[in-house]
Ligand binder design. Sequence first.
Ligand code: CP
Length: 316
Amino acid sequence: MSTTASAPTLKSKHFLTLGDVSQEELMGLLSFAAHLKDLRKRGEVYAPLQGKSVAMYFEKPSNRTRVSFEVGLNDLGAHPIFLRKEEINLGVRETIADTARTLSRYVDSIIIRTFDQGEVEELAHYATVPVINALTDQYHPCQIVADLLTFKEKFGDFKGKKLCYLGDGNNMAHSLLLGCATVGMSISIGCPPDYIPLPKIVEKAKAIAKETGAEIEVTDRITHAVEGAHAVYTDVWVSMGQESTSSKYDVFQDYQVNKEIMGKADPNAIVLHCLPAHRGEEICGNVFEEHAETIFDQAENRLHGQKAVLAALFKS
Ligand code: CP
């Protein structure tokens, strides 16, 4: 019979961007996620959220995020309530403030996936229960907990390590910048000049990195970005809701993660992908399959990472 470690606490009431999570807090979440993963593999029950209910409002499609949150809530003893856009229609059927205040009377937390980060911030402002960002056009903080957990499982530590992200300076790039900076891992974003991450987020990552010793870089020099990287990360070139901007495929062609690109990375480099993957676009099929074990570890780690976030928010 093993002892269950205590969940870490977070200063922030909500989990919205990762930018307000300290290094100590993030490392605590990663350790606790690894602990919960171990407990689950051994069939041990950890259910501190018995009797709690959690609303999950999704305006965008999802496989990993929805399923891992529902399974995670079930593991923790909580009851997930999935709400479709057709039912809530956030900010249209009634004000966001009224939705937040109503849901807060019923449920113990709100998980939201939508387009506009501003809507998530507004919901959190009026909610009296913790709000968790399950992806917006600007951030995907829950994904980063899984990504860093996967990296830590493979390399043990972040100091002196480098992650290269190739592709659009989108929500994944933003959240990776903040997450890598916080744990002290250097990050190089390789992206076309017209698709750089938001400067305010790069500046925020640089400010965090000053304290943690990470190096932050945004460049269109692809070989330079990937040189010596311990992890090469990519995401689809056209994000959810932007499918009409198909001209991006020409611009991003040179940023594909393939054998040639991987030849510039550290010889033991792993490949990470938040999924879904488009083989032949942002990643070639043979590189994907060569690294599939790690990529699906990363997908599995969504479950353990989010359970750690939920346990921490409910404890704080
Ligand atoms: N990576 C990710 O968020 O996957 P889903 O869109 O399937 O949830």
